[in-house]
Design a protein around this ligand. Structure first.
Ligand code: FEO
Length: 400
């Protein structure tokens, strides 16, 4: 496996072929935890790995130098997928200084209270001379935790942005241009953004502004493949610029859960109404999808309807989970309404769903559309008309 980014800088991370659940994010293609070894007058490891992959990382480092010869370990982010392997690495590299910002240090001490660490504190604007190369640091809080930092090597024009620009994708190749399915890389980058980064649009904007001032020949994230072709770097930067504002395309989603098919009948009528020229309309039964895919769909959807039959006077559980997850991810600039059936409760699933849309500050296109027991022909006609409202909004938003 080829690991060289440039002469003297190699990937030495871990490949997690089997992970399928990354704190509730489904990862059907596995993941990698990327660490990078820089050999210079000072030997530096950029980031660490998840604890079960520490031996794999150390074995890769040992192909180039004894781990005890590491002078610095830069920790850009203390989340355990990157730093839980740090105690094992420090045991093998006892002379290494941990280079991190103040927030990362606080987290590392909290997660690893029994691991002695020698710290060098850095902040935005600081640099570390390691020989013929320099490392420069840019704090990028909330991309993805408060501690996150980017490291940049100006002599090689390589940015190590940790989580940003990553993808959950286990592969034997290391570069986007070596992977035979470019569309899959972007699909996984979008999934990653939706499920990890989406709530932090403003911090992403700041981080992108900082990155824009750098001369970048390579973006080496902490997950997945490395971006190095100019067209790939430009494309992923443009994607982030669009995703950070969850820019809408002319797309409509009707997401629903149903008990005895009444809400499904309404969903079908709504999607039929939304199926207008120039609009991509789709219906998703929440129990036949998963939260990770649903969140990804919501980055660039323009308008959506959320339907739930009434169960115990409120939402069905899968719809409650989907709405709670989306509320946390905070997709912006969206419009929609809620719908659903009920039997006897005055307030039920549709009202509860509409409450979520209000809480997310979505533009509410109409009052909840409800039916008692089975939808009548009149209700289905109203549902179809409501679907047209979604399509109109999608066409307007998608044109902007
Ligand atoms: Fe890949 Fe926020 O950790």
């Amino acid at each position: 496996m080829r690991t060289e980014l440039v002469k003297g800088i190699d990937w030495v991370g871990g490949i997690d072929w089997n992970v399928r659940d990354f704190h509730s994010y489904s990862t059907p293609r596995g993941a990698t935890y990327n660490a990078y070894l820089i050999q210079d007058e000072k030997n530096v490891l950029i980031d660490s790995v998840k604890a079960p992959f520490a031996d794999e990382c150390l074995e890769r480092v040992a192909r180039f130098l004894p781990p005890a010869k590491l002078d610095y370990i830069v920790v850009n982010h203390a989340e355990p997928d990157h730093a839980s392997g740090l105690p094992a690495l420090l045991a093998a590299a006892p002379n290494a200084t941990v280079v991190a910002d103040a927030k990362t240090q606080e987290l590392l001490k909290s997660y690893h209270p029994n691991t002695p660490m020698k710290f060098q504190t850095v902040k935005t604007g600081d640099t570390l001379a390691i020989g013929k190369r320099t490392l420069a640091f840019v704090e990028a809080p909330m991309v993805h935790w408060p501690d996150t930092m980017f490291t940049y090597c100006p002599e090689e024009r390589i940015l190590f942005p940790n989580d940003a620009f990553g993808q959950h994708l286990a592969t034997r190749v290391r570069f986007v241009d070596e992977f035979p399915h470019r569309d899959v890389v972007f699909e996984e980058a979008k999934t990653y953004y939706a499920n990890i980064v989406m709530p932090y649009g403003a911090p992403v904007a700041k981080a992108l502004a900082a990155a824009a001032g750098l001369d970048i020949a390579m973006i080496a994230p902490s997950h997945g493949l490395i971006w190095r072709r100019p067209e790939d770097i430009a494309a992923i930067l443009q994607c982030y610029a669009d995703w950070k504002v969850t820019r809408a395309k002319p797309r409509v989603i009707v997401l629903y859960d149903t008990m005895w098919e009444s809400t499904a009948m309404m969903a079908e009528a709504i999607v039929e109404g939304a199926d207008q020229p120039g609009v991509e309309a789709k219906r998703i039964w929440v129990r036949r999808s998963d939260l990770t895919r649903i969140a990804t769909d919501f980055i660039d959807v323009a308008a959506a309807a959320f339907g739930s039959a009434t169960l115990n006077n409120t939402l069905m559980p899968a719809m409650a989970a989907a709405l709670t997850y989306l509320q946390g991810l905070r997709p912006q600039n969206k419009a929609g309404f809620a719908f659903g059936s009920y039997g006897w409760a005055a307030r039920g699933g549709a009202d509860a769903a509409q409450d979520y849309l209000s809480a997310m500050k979505w533009d509410i296109l109409r009052e909840p559309l409800k039916c008692k027991n089975r939808p009548t022909a009149e209700i289905l006609a109203e549902a179809k008309a409501a679907g047209k409202l979604l399509a109109e909004r999608a066409l307007t938003a998608g044109a902007q």
